[in-house]
Design a protein around this ligand. Structure first.
Ligand code: TXA
Ligand code: MG
Length: 318
């Protein structure tokens, strides 16, 4: 099993020797390696069983450092960086040669993010290289929001987990780029569209769901537990699956009389941030119970509700 602790020097030592270390961020835990070293980066794909056509996000600790590995930043994207970094925002930027092709899966742009977590910012500032880090889960499974989540799934494959507590945002970063002067959101996430549009005006959304996505975080079946997830009207789903033991993910107060139901309330006060923080751990918890099926109702399509619904839809079988 991996050692769990908050020793930055230890994490630094492993990373400098091209080993993998799980790191906390405000969104989800990342599985980190030296982004400038292909051998270290290859270990990420191996540990996650992730196809190499799925590129990795590179993490650093200040905007000045970003210019070490990108050629330019479009003015609107620069405004977003200045407003929301450190934070749950990933920018797709034209890469310099120093970033190995393995990191970007051969794409011209590299995903860059400054995460908002004191331990990880401290670690990044001690290192002489940025960190490539996808979410620290096996490919296709739910992202981890605690050190224990990482331990359960990847503990056998990595030496160290830097424990920074539970993630405060709970959803992966929002991915944004620019094409022909247009600002595009490629993945919904912890930074809402409204927040982004308040800085750069109207953006377009390209959440590709084909089998050959530009970004596999856009793959339709992703972020999924092992138990089948159905989304719809909870009363109807309970009738439809009355012969099964059910787990229900709900939002706001609701009364259930069904004894054969485990209920997880994302937020009884209908707070979207609280719901985002709870979503992945509740999916995991239900996955570990003896329920046959997980049922869920979509949230109102506003603010973080959009990103939460995106993850619920991707977790669902239909
Ligand atoms: O919040 C986050 O973004 C977390 C934390 C650890 O930073 N990371 C994360 O990484 O969610 P990952 O690899 O699980 O998801 C990143 C998504 C993938 O779907 C990947 O395809 C896309 O970002 N991506 C990364 N680099 C890209 C690039 N150069 N072009 C297009 N998509 C890219
Ligand atoms: Mg991921």
């Amino acid at each position: 099993m991996a050692e769990i602790g908050n020793d930055i020097l230890k994490a630094q030592d492993f990373l400098e020797r091209n080993h993998l270390v799980a790191i906390p961020t405000e969104t989800v835990y990342g599985l980190a390696a030296n982004a400038l070293n292909s051998i270290a980066v290859a270990k990420i794909f191996e540990a996650k069983e992730r196809p190499t056509f799925d590129p990795l996000i590179v993490h650093t600790y200040n905007l000045k450092k970003v210019y070490d590995f990108v050629t330019e930043i479009h003015p609107s994207l620069l405004k977003l960086a200045e407003t929301f970094w450190p934070g749950p925002l990933t920018l797709l930027l034209p890469k310099k040669e120093v970033i190995p092709n393995l990191v970007t899966s051969g794409l011209e742009r590299v995903g860059v993010r400054i995460p908002n977590h004191p331990l990880t910012l401290n670690l990044l500032s001690q290192l002489s290289f940025p960190l490539a880090a996808p979410s620290a889960n096996p490919f296709g499974y739910i992202s981890p929001t605690s050190a224990e989540h990482v331990q359960k799934q990847l503990g056998e494959k990595i030496p160290y987990i830097l424990d920074g507590g539970n993630c405060k945002v709970g959803l992966e970063s929002t991915i944004v780029g620019e094409e022909n002067g247009e600002i595009i959101i490629y993945r919904l996430g912890g930074l809402s569209i409204d927040d982004i549009e308040s800085v750069v005006g109207k953006v377009s959304i390209q959440l590709n769901q084909s089998s050959n996505p530009k970004s596999p975080g856009q793959l339709k079946s992703h972020y999924a537990p092992k138990k089948p997830v159905y989304i719809g009207n909870l009363t109807q789903l309970q009738i439809k699956f009355s012969n099964f033991k059910l787990g229900a993910i709900i939002f706001g107060e609701q009364n259930f009389t069904n004894q054969n139901l485990i209920v997880k309330n994302l937020s009884s006060s209908k707070n979207y941030q609280e719901a985002a923080v709870n979503l992945f751990s509740f999916l995991r918890e239900l996955d570990e119970t003896d329920v046959d099926i997980i049922i869920a109702e979509l949230l109102p399509e506003t603010g973080l509700g959009l990103a939460i619904n995106d993850r619920l839809r991707r977790a669902a079988v239909i």
